[in-house]
Every structure is written in structure tokens, then in C-alpha cells.
Design a protein around this ligand. Structure first.
Ligand code: MTE
Length: 311
């Protein structure tokens, strides 16, 4: 995610942009895009990075591409509530208490319900889903998430026929999280048919263990055909609605980040091309694939839509 609004930039928004540029310099100097965060992550006390093993079954929906380095996935993060540098979330997310944690599933549903996180772990059998993740900043990773389809949870609350969208609201605690940059809490949204698609995952783990805080513990969204910023972290509310929900980055810079945010090499970000990407840990750039390589499964959701307009 990138922050830059030259004309109307607020003083509070200047620092993140400066930090971002410093980070870019570091990435291009180090060549691989790795990894200030990993060193810090390993330097943390073990209590700050406690995760537990999860029982999982493999999924037929996984890619067979080689996994990205675990230290990259858990040390090079965007979780702006904990700071704007890629290394900040691994350093700071342990401040977030993960129990008790409840998730309210509400709005246009027949059976609204507040789930305890430990109940959510039993909503459906946990699967390991190895997905490509393509970030709007033009880097990508291959990540072994552990989770269950969002559809399994939505089924339990019985969406009403009038529900058209799903809004995700994430945890915000100003005592431990930053106060500027965007309008908190971080929110995201999907159309209901996107939310019900079998690829759309609620992740509770990564690399066979519960999520570390910086990856969105205890529950985050993963939508592999969309840019990474759709993956709302540390979710507390899932709300079904008949109106397109406002999303955090779209509110911040509507001309740069749309509601759909499908990976699309043909639609430029206003300030850079989306035609190629660099996989974390590699030097070469590779072409970005339509819908991040998931076109066969998801292109039909957008039939007849002008994807340049609905970016
Ligand atoms: N969720 C919250 N709550 N806050 C954030 O800042 N950043 C998003 C997304 N989810 C973000 C968030 C962005 S920009 C990206 S690219 C992905 O998380 C990164 O996920 P990862 O750090 O697990 O790779």
C-alpha cells in the first residue's frame, strides 16, 4: 500500500510516505526485497511470538508453486495500525491481546451471532490453502494459509435475500495502535457472491500454526485474486448489507484504490504499472497474471463488467 497525495497531504501523512521511500531504497539496494523484519522477528522474546500448531488437511485449491520464505511472510508486513514500516508489525503486534476475542456476524442475516474465536476454529475443518498473494505495491508471495471458507461461516447465519455485500471491520485500539494515516478502524468489503466463492478464505493460521499478530491474528481474510489490501486483518465484525461498503484505502485515495481491487495487469495504478511483479526472494520480475492466476475460477463473477471502470 502506498501513501501519497501531494496537494492535500496532511502533516500526519508525510511520515509514512517518507518511510515508504526509505524502504524502497533499502529494498532496491538489498536486491532481494528481504528482509529487515525477519531479524527483528527472531529477536523478539518467545512470549511475543507464541503460536500453536493446527491440525489441517491439504486442499485441492492450493497452488504447487514453491512457498515463500517464512521469515518474509511473517516479517515483511503491512499492518498500518502497528506502524508504517514493513518491520513494524512484527515488532509491535504482540501488544494486541488475542483472547478473549469475539467476532460478530450481523446485519442482513436471519441468525445474527457473536462467535467466540475458539468456536470459529470449529466452524469447518481447517485446510491448508497455498495461495499466491499479489500486493498492489507489485511484490508477491506464495503463502500456506490455514483456514476455512468464509462461505461456511456465512451459511450459519443465513444471509437474507436482500443482502448484497459483506463488510469487514477490524480491531482498533488507540492505546496500542497508531492514530494517524487513515480513518480507523480498517474496513474492507466484498460483494456477496465474491464472499461466497470457495476460494475466499478466513485464515486462522499460516505455516501450520496459528497466525502471528502481524499477519492478522486471530482471524483475517484472504482473497487470492485481489490485491493484498483486501485481506482485512484481526477482524471483529462481519456485516451483511445491501450497500457497497466503504473501504479504508478507497476512502483515503479513491482514484488509486477501488472497491473491487482485482489483480489486473491491464489496469495501471495511477502512478505505476501493474503489469509485472517481483516475488519476494527473487530478483527477476515476472508478468502479473489476470486475477492473479485465478481467472478460470473467478472471471465469471465479472462477466459484462468494465474492469477499467470497476477497478
Ligand atoms: N488489515 C489491517 N487491519 N490493517 C492493514 O494495514 N494492510 C493490508 C492487508 N490487511 C492491512 C490489513 C495490506 S496493504 C496488505 S498488502 C496485506 O494486509 C498484507 O498482509 P500480510 O502482511 O500478511 O502479507
Amino acid at each position: 500500500m502506498l501513501i501519497k497525495k501531494p496537494a492535500d497531504i496532511l502533516p500526519s501523512e508525510i511520515t509514512p510516505q517518507r518511510l515508504f521511500e526509505r524502504r524502497r531504497e533499502f529494498i532496491s539496494r538489498s536486491g532481494t526485497g528481504l528482509l529487515a523484519g525477519a531479524a527483528l522477528w527472531h529477536g523478539l522474546p518467545s512470549s511475543a511470538r507464541a503460536t500453536t500448531k493446527l491440525q489441517t488437511a491439504p486442499s485441492a485449491l492450493s497452488t504447487t508453486e514453491p512457498l515463500s520464505d517464512r521469515d518474509a511472510v511473517t516479517g515483511y508486513n503491512n499492518f498500518y495500525e502497528f506502524g508504517t514500516d514493513k518491520a513494524d508489525p512484527a515488532r509491535n503486534a504482540h501488544k494486541m491481546a488475542l483472547r478473549p476475542w469475539t467476532v460478530s456476524v450481523e446485519g442482513m442475516v436471519g441468525k445474527p451471532r457473536r462467535f467466540d474465536i475458539d468456536e470459529l476454529l470449529r466452524v469447518a475443518p481447517l485446510e491448508e490453502r497455498i495461495y499466491r498473494l499479489r500486493c498492489v505495491e507489485a511484490w508477491s508471495m506464495v503463502v500456506p494459509w490455514v483456514g476455512f471458507p468464509l462461505a461456511a461461516l456465512l451459511k450459519q447465519v443465513e444471509p437474507l435475500g436482500s443482502a448484497k455485500y459483506v463488510e469487514f471491520v477490524t480491531h482498533y485500539d488507540p492505546r496500542i495502535m497508531i492514530r494517524d494515516v487513515i480513518d480507523w478502524p480498517y474496513t474492507e468489503g466484498l460483494r456477496l457472491d465474491e464472499a461466497l466463492h470457495p476460494l475466499t478464505l478466513l485464515a486462522v493460521g499460516v505455516y501450520g500454526e496459528t497466525l502471528p499478530g502481524q499477519n492478522g491474528a486471530p482471524l483475517r481474510l484472504v482473497v487470492p485474486w485481489k490485491y493484498g489490501f483486501k485481506s482485512a486483518k484481526s477482524i471483529v465484525t462481519i456485516r451483511l448489507t445491501d450497500k457497497e461498503p466503504a473501504t479504508a484505502w478507497n476512502k483515503f485515495a479513491p482514484s488509486e484504490y477501488g472497491f473491487y481491487s482485482n489483480v489486473n495487469p491491464e489496469v495501471r495504478h495511477p502512478r505505476w504499472s501493474q503489469a509485472t511483479e517481483r516475488r519476494i526472494g527473487e530478483l527477476r520480475k515476472r508478468p502479473t497474471q489476470m486475477f492473479n492466476g485465478y481467472a478460470e475460477q473467478v472471471a465469471s463473477l465479472y462477466q459484462g463488467m468494465d474492469l477499467k471502470k470497476f477497478y
